[in-house]
Design a protein around this ligand. Structure first.
Ligand SMILES: Nc1ncnc2c1ncn2[C@@H]1O[C@H](COP(=O)(O)OP(=O)(O)O)[C@@H](O)[C@H]1O
Ligand SMILES: [Mg+2]
Length: 514
């Protein structure tokens, strides 16, 4: 039974005297685009979409690049522009309301911490994060493979660093079974890691890692809006884009197939041009694939960017729902973008799209949504409805209150540093030293050491005695996650050649087999 027919359409915009333009919830996983120059109304449109999805029980994820989306957590009111728009569209008085919001932040200051592990990110996205070339990514993949074969967990950057040193020190020995370990490449990876740490991105990695199910919560029938505070993250555009891409691929890997119902999650990718800026062709292909296939998992991806030409044609072709705000047409390049944007719409004989795009006012847009048959409706000019949550930022106090009210509070706050590659390699080195010492003393018999009594009890890193989730509990979950990662990898090992073994899923196979 399709929910598409039972969930009412979402009003997005209209013109005084014009038709009402609706987005069909059952078509929201056919992806979307919100485009327009700076200051034309993209963020407010995103906010309207997000709160509307929330209202019909669809959870949302969005990065809050400028901090101006957080107002969605508060009821609106007292905004003259919003009131004027409500009047104009006959929607006054607006039923002001807040959406249920969970705030996330990589460094845990503006929201609950969000992390992943090195192994979950995988060598290919990590290679992108470190700005590695293909050869260097190949070596990184090899390092992952050695870690995998030797049962060493790569959780945080410390693990990866230790693993790199270990591989470099055994380069000769490993080359026979794994292929050439170029020390120059190892050096490049190490430099990349250093840079990443300088950007503060080391905080991205560790445990407890984000469980994507926590982004898919529905509270009292309303979808939870997950906002990632991205102001700082965005200063390292590559880290920002790769992290969101990881999240998207993680959703793709973990969610089951579903039919064309209203989406399970809508993912807004703000500043989407960064995803594709100087991305290698192979990566573009994979992104295009993820976007195409994630639809069947019930995830709608909405790209938010200045011009549709920021996105590759294959991706653009998958975005069924369109909100095009005003574009400038000063330079020949601008004009080309306007023309290209106009050509992406199903024409409307009553509307000169190219002309209209440059005339649109703030909060005004060209709209086209998929109809019940999945066909794009003819493009219409309309005023975008005002959101009923607050337009703009929130105060520090309001932020604290939202964070404190989160049902997930306590789950991610305390980093846990269980035994992984770093600790194991340190022990291994220690044993080697001990062995040497013993050997030079000339008596190997009756050693006190318990050889390979592996896996001592894990220790929490932070003192945090007030943890709600016990360390043991977190550990169990982490172990389960890692195990499933390994299993997923095992699955993909079948018939795979060296180098392709580690890859899990679509993004993983990027440079596999080369
Ligand atoms: N649909 C709308 N209804 C009312 N006001 C709007 C609407 N869209 C935009 N505005 C006004 O225009 C301002 C700029 O819009 P914004 O979405 O932040 O632009 P962009 O994200 O494209 O830079 C908003 O702060 C708001 O005051
Ligand atoms: Mg904006």
């Amino acid at each position: 039974m399709s929910t598409a027919s039972t969930t009412p359409p979402i009003l997005i915009g209209k013109r005084p005297g014009g038709p009402e333009l609706h987005l069909l919830p059952g078509m929201a996983n056919r992806h979307g685009l919100v485009a327009g120059a700076t200051g034309t109304g993209k963020t407010v449109t995103l906010q309207l979409l997000a709160e509307s999805f929330s209202r019909i029980g669809v959870p949302v994820f969005a990065a809050d690049v400028k901090g101006d989306l957080a107002g969605i957590s508060q009821a609106g009111g007292g905004n003259p522009k919003v009131e004027a728009r409500a009047q104009e569209l006959g929607l006054a008085p607006l039923a002001y309301a807040a959406a249920p919001v969970t705030l996330w932040d990589v460094d845990g200051t503006l929201g609950q911490p969000v992390r992943t592990t090195v192994s979950e990110m995988g060598p290919l996205l990590l290679g992108r994060l470190l700005d590695l070339n293909e050869t260097q990514t190949g070596v990184l993949t090899l390092v992952f493979k050695v870690a995998d074969d030797e049962g060493l967990l790569l959780l945080d950057l410390k693990d990866l660093r230790a693993m790199l040193e270990d591989v470099a020190s055994r380069a000769k020995e490993l080359t026979t079974s794994y292929g050439r370990v170029s020390t120059a490449s190892v050096g490049a990876i190490q430099r990349g890691l250093l840079q990443l740490e300088e950007q503060g991105a080391d905080r991205l990695f560790g445990e407890p890692a984000l469980d994507v199910q926590d982004l898919m919560r529905v509270a009292d029938g309303r979808g939870v809006v997950n906002l990632l505070a991205a102001e700082k993250l965005y200063r390292s555009p590559r880290v920002y884009a790769t992290f969101l891409l990881w999240l998207l691929s993680e959703l793709f890997e973990q969610l089951p197939e579903v039919g064309d119902h209203k989406p399970k999650l809508v993912f807004f990718f703000d500043e989407a041009h960064l995803l594709f800026a100087d991305a290698p062709d192979a990566l573009r292909d994979k992104i295009e694939q993820v976007v195409r296939l994630i639809r069947s998992k019930g995830v709608g991806v909405w790209f938010v960017t200045q011009s549709p030409t920021d996105l590759p044609d294959v991706v653009l072709g998958q975005l069924g729902n369109r909100v095009q705000h005003a574009l400038r047409a000063f330079t020949p390049r601008d004009q080309k973008a306007v023309k290209a944007a106009a050509e992406t719409f199903r024409t409307n004989p009553g509307l000169d799209v190219k002309q209209t795009i440059v005339e649109l006012g703030v909060g005004e847009a060209l709209l086209s949504f998929l109809d019940a048959k999945g066909m794009p409706s003819p493009v219409e000019r309309a005023l975008v409805c005002p959101p009923s949550s607050r337009v703009g930022a929130i105060t520090a106090d309001e932020r604290t209150r939202v964070v404190q009210a989160s049902p997930l509070r306590g789950k991610y706050e305390h980093a846990v540093d269980r035994e992984s590659a770093y600790e194991r390699l340190r022990e291994r080195a220690q044993r080697a030293t001990d062995d040497e010492a013993t050997a030079s003393r000339g008596s190997g018999a009756g050693t006190r050491r318990t050889r390979d009594a592996d896996a001592p009890a894990p220790r929490p890193r932070s003192s945090g005695s007030s943890q709600r989730q016990s360390v043991g509990e977190a550990m169990m979950k982490s172990a389960a996650r890692s195990a499933s990662t390994v299993l997923a990898r095992e699955g993909s090992k079948l018939g795979a050649k060296l180098g392709a073994k580690l890859v899990r899923g679509i993004l993983g196979s990027l440079f596999g087999g080369k």
